[in-house]
Design a protein around this ligand. Structure first.
Ligand code: CMP
Length: 139
């Protein structure tokens, strides 16, 4: 089924100029980048985006990292886009990620893990609306 999902290229990756290499992996997996912009999140915005994790021990480190530099936020579209993107990203912890995945090739650590992807179609809809107006998404 055709789905949409939110992807974020995180500050560790933009800092190392990896946006194009990560986009290639996404496109080679058969996903289309139908919206994209580079933004700098404030700590308040990063905290709001990751509010679901607010009681986890890594929350403050995550917010500090996600606001430490530019991110590239994207809407990806394709067949089973949510699970397809999670497959191309690899496991959250790069030490556990499969060869060929974005996190295996590029991630620095569990926090600085290069990319975020929505975990379900319901959260994707909320996360896409967090960053994009309908007119900015051109499928
Ligand atoms: P992401 O998919 O963006 O969702 C939440 C982020 O929190 C996760 O990727 C990691 O970057 C970060 N994180 C840091 N520590 C942990 C942890 N112990 N478990 C899960 N996520 C973590």
């Amino acid at each position: 089924m055709t789905e949409r999902t939110l992807s974020i290229i995180k500050p560790d990756a933009t800092r190392r100029n990896l946006t194009g290499k990560i986009n290639s992996k996404i496109e080679e997996a058969g996903l289309r980048i139908i919206a994209q912009k580079r933004v700098r999140l404030s700590p308040a915005q990063a905290g709001k985006f990751y509010a679901v994790h607010k009681d986890r021990p890594f929350f403050s480190e995550l917010v500090e990292f996600m606001s430490s530099g530019p991110v590239v936020v994207q809407v990806l579209e394709g067949d089973d886009a949510v699970s397809k993107n999670r497959a191309v990203m690899g496991a959250t912890n790069p030490a556990e990620a499969d060869p060929g995945t974005i996190r295996k090739e590029f991630a620095v650590s569990l926090t600085e893990n290069s990319v975020h992807g929505s975990d379900a179609t319901e959260s994707a809809a909320v996360e896409i609306a967090f960053f994009f107006a309908d007119v900015e998404i051109v499928g």
